[in-house]
Design a protein around this ligand. Structure first.
Ligand code: SF4
Length: 340
């Protein structure tokens, strides 16, 4: 009897001891296949995992939230726009194909995750980076650079390529079983697709699929505003929609459909001028800081509003500028203003 209770006490102590030394990983989750698989592989290797996803106006939390729900993961959402904007303007390691500063962006995300380890009750970081998958941002030098410049160093584990990289602290300390991690490298996604099938993942986002900084049309517009010291979230949200012009230095945005009419109307702020054809179906036009614009600027914006309405061939139509009503003699011609 005595022997039995001693055995029970020792077992309990062992379990308590294990619980006290259990270390948790904070995993960067984009919602793409690699970051989701990295979490599933880490779990299989014994890790307890929480997720974190970072947002800016260029990429949202939606895909990560969907993936987290799919795999039953606690997810923290963290906005990093203020820290990201200076990096976007002047990335130390340059841009990818468009305006995507991937290496600096990864470094910032890992740095932020490191800062949040204690708050999230976690001990190390996991990412879905795969050695050699992207020539610029995921070669060996780049992976080492992210580890060192973020400050995470050997607290940063890449479960999908771990066996091709030096062991990290979670592996050497036995917080996770290195033997159950992977040695994936290169651009082929064959192994990832096999793992996805094994884990029962059917839907996932393509790499960088959710990031507007990889979209050539969006970034063509964004370039025009990047040097502007007043570049705000609102400007970035605005350039996701509508047609954009500069008339004598004033930024003019014209909606393309009814959905955009409602969005633009909701985004108007004090000091903006709003324009639309009076009592007729019309595009909605916003002239930013247009209250201060000379009349000829607002008239030109009005002529453009008419041009994008179905009344473009008609003359002398009424236009509302805020509470004011004026007559627009004719629509602007196609090439009279440069669209950005
Ligand atoms: S694709 Fe976009 S979100 Fe992803 S690392 Fe590059 S810049 Fe960052």
């Amino acid at each position: 009897m005595l022997e039995h209770s001693r055995f029970a006490r020792e077992s309990l102590n062992r379990v308590l001891c294990l619980l006290m030394t259990t270390k948790s990983a904070l995993a960067l989750l984009s919602g793409g296949l690699d970051s989701t698989l990295a979490i599933l592989v880490a779990r299989e290797a014994g890790a307890s995992v929480k997720g974190i996803t970072f947002t800016t106006p260029f990429y949202g939390a939606g895909p990560a939230q969907a993936a987290a729900e799919d795999i039953g993961l606690d997810l923290v959402v963290c906005d990093i726009f203020d820290e990201f904007l200076p990096i976007l303007r002047n990335p130390s390691h340059g841009y990818g194909k468009n305006l995507n500063p991937c290496l600096d962006c990864h470094t910032l995300m890992v740095k932020k995750a490191l800062e949040m380890l204690v708050e999230c009750s976690c001990d190390y970081i996991i990412t879905g980076e795969v050695l050699g998958e992207r020539p610029m941002s995921q070669n060996r030098n780049s992976l080492d650079l992210v580890s060192s410049r973020s400050g995470a160093k050997n607290l940063l584990l890449r479960p999908l390529s771990a066996k091709l990289l030096p062991p990290t602290l979670p592996e050497t300390e036995g917080w996770i079983d290195r033997e159950l991690l992977w040695n994936i490298s290169g651009r082929s996604r064959k192994i990832q697709l096999e793992l996805a099938e094994k884990f029962g993942l059917s839907e996932f986002q393509t790499p960088a699929g959710g990031c507007l900084l990889t979209d050539p049309n969006f970034t063509r517009r964004l370039r025009r505003f990047l040097a502007d010291p007043d570049l705000s979230r609102r400007t970035i949200e605005l350039i996701k929609i509508g047609r954009h012009f500069f008339i004598e230095g004033f930024h003019v945005v014209i909606s393309r459909n009814e959905t955009e009419n409602a969005i633009l109307e909701s985004m108007a702020e004090n000091g903006d001028a709003t324009l639309f054809l009076d009592d007729l179906p019309s595009p909605f036009t916003l002239v930013l800081k247009g209250i201060a614009a000379p009349d000829q600027v607002l008239e030109k914006a009005g002529a453009l509003t008419l041009r994008y309405s179905k009344y473009r061939l008609q003359k002398n139509l009424p236009l509302k500028i805020g509470e004011r009503r004026i007559i627009i003699s004719e629509a602007a011609s196609e090439h009279s203003f440069t669209r950005i």
